[in-house]
Design a protein around this ligand. Structure first.
Ligand SMILES: [Zn+2]
Ligand SMILES: [Zn+2]
Length: 139
C-alpha cells in the first residue's frame, strides 16, 4: 500500500479505479471534436497510465469510433450513470487514458500539452502556457 495511490470513479459510485502516481506517463488536454461530443464539454483532460498499473472495479460500457487519422478510439462510460471514465486506442497497446475529472483528488495533476488546438472553441480556449499540437501529436 503506497501513499501515492490515486483513486477515482464515476458519479454514482458503481465504478472505481486506482493506480500509483509514479506510474503516470503524462496528462493532456484534448480539444478534438469527438472529445467535445463525448464529454459534452470543450475538451477532455486525460491521464495516460500503463494498462498493468490500472485496477478497475465495476461495469464499464464501451463505445468505439474511427478517429480522423484512422485510429480506433474506444471510450468507456459507467453503464449506470454515464460518467466518462476511460479511453484507449487500439493502435496504442498497453496504455489507457483516464478522464482526469473522474479522479477523487486531481489537485496533484500536471498537464503536459494540448492536443487538437485546431478545433478548440473560443468558449473553451487552449491553455496557452502549454505546448500545443494542432491535431494528434506525432507518434
Ligand atoms: Zn456510475
Ligand atoms: Zn480528443
Amino acid at each position: 500500500m503506497s501513499e501515492n495511490k490515486k483513486t477515482g470513479g464515476c458519479l454514482c459510485g458503481a465504478v472505481n479505479y486506482n493506480f500509483n502516481e509514479s506510474s503516470v506517463i503524462s496528462a493532456h488536454h484534448c480539444h478534438c471534436k469527438d472529445c467535445q461530443k463525448s464529454t459534452g464539454s470543450g475538451k477532455a483532460t486525460i491521464v495516460i497510465v500503463p494498462e498493468e498499473a490500472l485496477e478497475i472495479v465495476g461495469n464499464i460500457k464501451f463505445f468505439t469510433v474511427t478517429g480522423t487519422d484512422g485510429g480506433h478510439v474506444t471510450r468507456g462510460f459507467c453503464e449506470s450513470c454515464g460518467s466518462p471514465l476511460i479511453s484507449f486506442v487500439e493502435e496504442m497497446q498497453g496504455v489507457k487514458f483516464i478522464k482526469a475529472g473522474s479522479l477523487d483528488d486531481s489537485s496533484w495533476l500536471k498537464i503536459s500539452s494540448n492536443f487538437w488546438s485546431s478545433t478548440a472553441r473560443d468558449w473553451s480556449p487552449i491553455d496557452e502556457s502549454l505546448h500545443s499540437f494542432s491535431q494528434n501529436p506525432e507518434s
